[in-house]
Write a protein that binds this ligand. Structure first.
Ligand SMILES: *Cc1c(COP(=O)(O)O)cnc(C)c1O
Length: 379
């Protein structure tokens, strides 16, 4: 068996053709026709109010922090078990981050622990739809209404996911997506800011275009463009947008393939007395599955290390992720000392299995057999 990587970028067909088309058209800087087609795709398919593709989800989170005017003295609530960018965007503005534990049986933020951390300095809640599994958005939006807070969905992993029947990314005031090569739909690096609260639309475009009203100028609404606000170069080139559009046009094919892989892992790993050996994803009843990632929960950090080592010896790359942020070298001394034991357990015990478009059935069988062999569950 060849080496099985954890992730592998893939082409669906038209990526290179679209990039060529962009170059030949004479424009590869940002905000051109491919960018607009990406925006329309999302606005039409998921009824997002306004979309702005960005160079990354990190950039989109930074835009969200600027738009909500979060700054020194403000507090932002988010899970500890997440990627650094969720927190960094607000730290960069001088805010304080207050970390919340995960659910006992699901890595997402435990919505029941949020209210007790709200103070008169709290400005926003940032739920992260980990693995594309929805957070309890009714509860979170209810808290936001009660305390007058912004909700910024970190939907980096959540494309095509739903909370009840609503698309993830359409519920918070703002939300952010990623098209990093490890996500379902990719453009190498890439992301998107979604603006659902119309009061942010104008300013979002300005921040996106380096603090200028260039978008309004292109629409013919002003006769010259000027520096009107703070901003940065958050918009991607047409090369990225062209690649992304080719992927988006095949979203259903991508999702179908990922569904097959995900469901095969689940059905094959639920065998014998598996529950005594490891945990598998538990999807909250209000959430859909977008098949973003498949994980197992080992009994201990030691068992996880042995499993990863065992698979590595067979040329299979399985990985773990997210050292809980409240224990990171950067944040440890700034954290208020609360123990976040479920976040810590997922940090220590969660392992992600290879899941990508071109993973073959044969390769997947080999991964599954190797795992069952490790746990002594092989039939
Ligand atoms: C991938 C990811 C990000 C960062 O996305 P980039 O596009 O790489 O900046 C942020 N938050 C979460 C939860 C992610 O999974």
């Amino acid at each position: 068996m060849n080496k099985i990587p954890f992730n592998k970028p893939f082409l669906l067909g038209k990526e290179v053709e679209y990039i060529r088309e962009a170059v030949v058209s004479g424009r590869i800087s940002g905000d051109g026709s491919f960018t607009k087609r990406c925006h329309s795709f999302f606005q039409d398919k998921f009824s997002f109010k306004k979309c702005l593709i960005t160079t990354s989800c990190t950039a989109a989170l930074e835009m969200a922090a600027i738009l909500t005017e979060i700054g020194p003295g403000d507090e932002v609530i988010m899970p500890s078990y997440t990627f650094v960018s969720t927190a960094n965007a607000f730290i960069l503005r001088g805010a304080k981050v207050v970390f919340i534990d995960s659910h006992p049986d699901c890595p997402g933020i435990d919505e029941n622990l949020i209210e007790q951390q709200i103070t008169n300095r709290t400005k926003a809640i940032v739920p992260v739809h980990y693995a594309g599994f929805a957070c309890d958005m009714d509860k979170i939006m209810g808290l936001a209404d009660k305390y007058n807070l912004f909700v910024i969905e970190d939907a980096a992993q959540a494309i095509d996911g739903n909370y009840k029947s609503r698309p993830l990314g359409s519920i918070g005031h703002l939300s952010t997506f990623s098209f990093h090569e490890t996500k379902n739909v990719i453009s190498g690096e890439g992301g998107m800011l979604v603006v659902n609260d119309p009061k942010f639309i104008r300013r979002a475009e300005i921040i996106w275009e380096k603090g200028t009203n260039r978008s309004a100028f292109f629409r013919g609404e002003v006769d010259k463009y000027n520096w009107v606000d703070i901003g940065s170069s958050f918009l991607p080139s047409e090369i990225i947008a062209a690649f992304l559009l080719a992927q988006l046009e095949n979203l259903d094919i991508i999702q179908e393939r990922r569904r097959e892989v995900w469901e095969l892992y689940q059905s094959e790993l639920m065998t014998g007395s598996w529950e005594k050996q490891y945990g598998l994803p538990k999807i909250p009843s209000y959430s859909s599955n977008n098949y973003h990632l498949f994980y197992m929960i080992c009994k201990s950090q030691e068992q996880r290390s042995s499993l990863i080592k065992y698979l590595k010896a067979k040329n299979i790359s399985a990985v773990f992720h997210y050292q809980s942020l409240h224990k990171s070298p950067y944040y440890l001394s700034k954290h208020d000392g609360r123990e976040l034991r479920h976040a810590d357990r997922f940090s220590d015990c969660l392992v992600r299995l290879p899941l990508y478009f071109e993973l073959t059935k044969e390769e997947q069988r080999f991964i599954i057999d190797s795992i069952l062999e490790f746990f002594g569950l092989k039939k």
